[in-house]
Ligand binder design. Structure first.
Ligand SMILES: Cc1cc2nc3c(=O)[nH]c(=O)nc-3n(C[C@H](O)[C@H](O)[C@H](O)COP(=O)(O)O)c2cc1C
Length: 355
């Protein structure tokens, strides 16, 4: 069904296609009649039985299928994305200062691999603007809303040894809007960022961010927001062990595994002329699941599994590997918006049969 829409969209430049698709979806919500027509045409909307929900790191998720970071970096499309049935939406990565990201082209489809290659470089409006937009959107929200995650990263021009101050700046602006917060140290597209995954710098960084989280929360008179760390798929077992230890020392609420991979192994597409970037989608599915399985063997902390989830069997395999929740990004581009409903429904079958 989605193929008739996907064919023309795939003829467009991928970044343009993304913007066009999201603007069209947002426009369809402008009246009940247009939304009903779109919903029926695309079979959108996920089931909402309470049995589908999950209580994870102190939050009540309406279902276990979320939208991964990078899809709605600036929180421009929360309403239409919520209407698709996601149980949670993670906006960002937002940085302390606004920045344009890398020059275009910076996003490529690899259809033979059902993958994407991107070097977006955290293009975003900056924490202050995103906070303003969230304030507007959330103050006018009526009805149930998905859980909102806010993913923060480092502004490119801020030196690596001052990274903590940039994350803290984002937190000052965005903290009050978040149901949960994510520290992103795993994007391959900000020079040096992934060095922050090493034990000592990670421990210092998370310590400072957690301190700000506690201070902002006490000002609001609420418990500290659940703070999660998003990690790369290209880490060896020793590095994962270090991360689990730091996560526990810094009282993180959970881990997100994984971001895109720098590996080009086993791709059918020749990417040698496309330049640098992280690969997402099908080629990532085994590795992300493996990382989740390894982490689950090391810790009882909640894990959000992300990477290469296209079909219900992929999300179920991610849960079987030990994930509590899952997220999608590239699968959404290849499978279409109805994918959300399929994944949520599969979760419900699993719940109802008690498998
Ligand atoms: C175009 C693009 C932009 C992304 N931007 C971000 C980002 O800003 N922050 C982040 O944490 N992850 C980002 N990601 C990574 C995704 O959130 C996800 O971890 C990764 O793509 C693996 O999931 P997938 O195989 O379902 O796409 C991005 C992915 C893509 C394809």
């Amino acid at each position: 069904m989605y193929s008739w829409l996907r064919t023309p969209l795939f003829l467009l430049n991928p970044e343009l296609a993304h913007e066009l698709a999201m603007k069209s979806l947002a426009a369809s919500l402008s009246s009940n009649a247009t939304w009903e027509a779109t919903r029926e045409m695309l079979f959108l909307g996920a089931p909402t039985q309470p049995e589908l929900g999950a209580h994870v790191f102190g939050l009540d998720f309406p279902n276990r299928v979320g939208l991964a970071a990078g899809f709605d970096k600036n929180a421009e499309y929360l309403k239409p994305l919520a209407a698709l049935g996601f149980g949670f939406i993670e906006i960002g990565t937002v940085t302390g200062l606004p920045q344009p990201g890398n020059p275009r082209p910076r996003l490529f489809r690899l259809p033979k691999d059902e993958a994407l290659l991107n070097r977006m470089g955290f293009n975003n409006d900056g924490a202050e603007s995103v906070a303003r937009r969230l304030d507007e959107t959330l103050s006018r929200w009526d009805g149930p809303r998905p859980i909102l995650g806010i993913n923060i990263g480092k502004t490119k021009v801020v030196p690596l040894d001052e990274a903590a101050s940039d994350y803290v700046l984002s937190l000052r602006h965005l903290h009050s809007f978040a149901d949960y917060l994510v520290v992103n140290v795993s994007s391959p597209n900000t020079p040096g960022l992934r060095e922050l995954q090493e034990k000592e710098p990670l421990s210092r960084l998370l310590g400072e961010i957690q301190e700000e989280n506690h201070s902002q929360s006490s000002k609001l008179g609420v418990p500290p927001k659940p703070l999660l760390l998003k990690i790369a798929p290209d880490l060896e077992r020793g590095a994962l062990e270090d991360i689990v230890e730091v996560a526990s020392d810094c009282q993180l609420a959970g881990l997100i595994a994984t971001n895109t991979t720098i590996s080009r192994d086993d791709l059918k597409t020749d990417t040698s002329k496309l330049g640098s970037g992280g690969v997402s989608g099908r080629p990532l599915v085994q590795r992300s699941r493996e990382v989740v399985r390894e982490l689950r063997g090391m810790t009882a902390l909640p894990i959000i599994g992300v990477g290469g989830i296209f079909k219900p069997e992929d999300s179920l395999a991610m849960f079987d590997a030990g994930a509590d929740l899952c997220q999608v990004w590239t699968g959404f581009i290849y499978e279409g918006p109805r994918m959300v409903k399929r994944l949520v429904q599969a979760g419900s079958v699993r719940l109802y049969t008690g498998d």
